[in-house]
Ligand binder design. Structure first.
Ligand code: C2E
Ligand code: CA
Ligand code: CA
Ligand code: CA
Length: 275
């Protein structure tokens, strides 16, 4: 899906050959895209559930492609992982997000997504430390989001890297909670600061009492384990009310703001969406 302007997507479905050719060309272009300054970070606001106060932004990468326009991460993150481009791209994302956040008028958090592939590198924690040092951003303002696929391999190197990251003083969030096979057991592998409850549960809360029960159980679990719980993908006032009632501590979603270019942030800081 190609992104048109902000958020909305359009599908293009070329035939098989064209698709293969397109993929090869995209691969070649992707290899040059960091050096060509074609990536941009958009930022989506995070809010305290109880007060609706702004608490931070999640950095979401887009590829400003010269031919295809603004591409969503689903169009290139996987390819970048397969080709190793993610190493350079991930480093650029980390540095840019820290540098941007250091300029914000309020000391709110910046959340950065880490791909499982980035954990294969040796110096991930050093890379994050360098980005913090270069930007002068307080480590407590940075939160790293990982999905459970990072812990799938469950090897010592991954766990050690997570502890090295935590020792820097940054937060670590478990992203898309509930979508994998053994989300619960991963909470045992590492003491996360935050659980982000996947949008698929939040979006069904109004019509499904099962979804409400699951969100409440995860929020209770988070509270017992000393972790904050963010409800992802809150789109309506009803969903907002339900995630609050069921104990989520933080919210994120279109109701509060869509991902926006950094140039929109000054206006957002002036007037966050009032509820
Ligand atoms: P994610 O980390 O779960 O990010 C949340 C996704 O949900 C974003 O899609 C966001 O635009 C979308 N979203 C937020 N609120 C709502 C809502 O209320 N309704 C709906 N329908 N959608 C909402 P996006 O930006 O397309 O990113 C998709 C995925 O790509 C992310 O999922 C993340 O896994 C990956 N990604 C994005 N940026 C990065 C990055 O910088 N590095 C890495 N490694 N992965 C990234
Ligand atoms: Ca995320
Ligand atoms: Ca997520
Ligand atoms: Ca997701």
């Amino acid at each position: 899906a190609k992104m048109e302007g902000r958020g909305t997507c359009r599908s293009f479905e070329p035939g098989m050959d064209a698709r293969l050719q397109e993929r090869r060309q995209l691969e070649a272009e992707l290899a040059e895209a960091v050096a060509n300054n074609q990536f941009v970070l958009h930022y989506q606001p995070l809010h305290d559930a109880a007060t609706s106060e702004l608490t931070g932004f999640e950095a979401l990468v887009r590829w400003n492609h010269p031919r295809l326009g603004l591409l969503a991460p689903s169009e290139f993150i996987h390819l970048s992982e397969e080709t190793g481009v993610i190493d350079g791209l991930g480093e650029w994302i980390m540095r840019q997000a820290c540098a941007d956040a250091a300029q914000w008028p309020l000391p709110v958090k910046v959340a950065v997504n880490l791909s499982p592939a980035q954990f294969k590198q040796q110096g991930l924690a050093l890379q994050v430390a360098a980005a913090l040092a270069a930007s002068n951003l307080l480590p407590s303002r940075l939160e790293l989001e990982i999905t459970e696929s990072v812990l799938l391999a469950h090897n010592e190197h991954t766990i050690r890297t997570l502890y090295n990251l935590r020792d820097l003083g940054v937060g670590i969030a478990m992203d898309d909670f509930g979508t994998g096979y053994s989300s619960l057991s991963y909470l045992r592998s590492f003491p996360f600061n935050r659980i982000k409850i996947d949008r698929s549960f939040v979006s069904l809360m109004c019509e499904s009492s099962e979804s409400r029960a699951i969100v409440k159980a995860v929020a209770d679990l988070g509270s017992t384990l000393g972790m904050t719980t963010t409800a992802e993908g809150v789109e309506t006032e009803d969903q907002y009310r339900l995630v609050k009632e069921n104990g989520c501590t933080d919210v994120q979603g279109w109701l509060f703001g869509r991902p926006m270019p950094a140039s929109d942030l000054p206006a957002f800081f002036e007037a966050p969406r009032a509820l």
